[in-house]
Write a protein of this length. Sequence first.
Length: 330
Amino acid sequence: MRAVTITSHGGIEGLEIREVADAPRATADRVLVRVRAAGLNRADILQRMGRYPAPPGYPQDIAGLEFAGEVTEVGDDARRWKVGNRVFGITGGGAQAEFVNVPESTLAEIPLNLNWAEAASIPEVFMTAHDALFTQCGLQLGERVLIHAAGSGVGTAASQLVRASGAFAYGTSRTAEKLERAKEFGLTDSVVVDGDAMQFADAVKRWTNQTGVNVILDLVGAAYLRANLEALATRGRLIFVGTTGGAKAEIDFSIVMGKRLRIMGTSLRTRSIAEKATATQLFAQQVVPLLASGAVRPVIDGVFKMDDVRAAHQRLESNESFGKVVLMID
């Protein structure tokens, strides 16, 4: 089969489309999926650079954490899917190839109103946002959520889910243009952070009459930690889903203790199959119906052919993208 292959770590010149060994046949509870499209994530860029290897058991030279396609073969113990079903899901790696072999429990059915590119742009960002906000942070009706990098794939997914749940979303970004575009996805208010992170902490105080937000979904990390603690309300929850702004920072425990805060981190890629299955089941139950009805929708920045994967990486690395970058695997 053909696959996006990492031939050397570093720049985009290390990406090539090559013929590789076919994905394993479907046995036991496994399912073989003919991939039609795959989402591109920053984890793929880090893997290409040699800074984020795939978990054990997944190909180190083929990136890809999310995909959409059709079932071509099911194992003897698989009961949920039939050949021809349109499915999407997550995996620890190897999705940017013509075929992927995954446990049946990590798949969900694609709503009829979504095409391949739209479907492939959904699993990683919507599952990440849903899991972080509702499973980990227990977001409740009427609460306030601050979303950093509001124009990213996870950001646009999160703001839509917050709105659909009856909570209120606020956003940050380094550019005003992205925040303006993000308004339609449910932001109540937003602020550009172009240097001092305390800009958003001060804005939160204005928006909430000094109360603070209940939940912060942080894709930035270290650079925003101090301001995050200032912006949280009493018994607030801070969850890290990215570290684009650094992974190490000093923390003022007196604020954490005084406000009785909860600080968490999450990653779908490193979870066990059982944990991925749980996240997928909740996604299928609570998010897929919203996608089917149009209450929430995928946000796509650009769609690239598999042979143009280098250009796709350049687009995502430029930080100019809004929403998801998708590869068509044909």
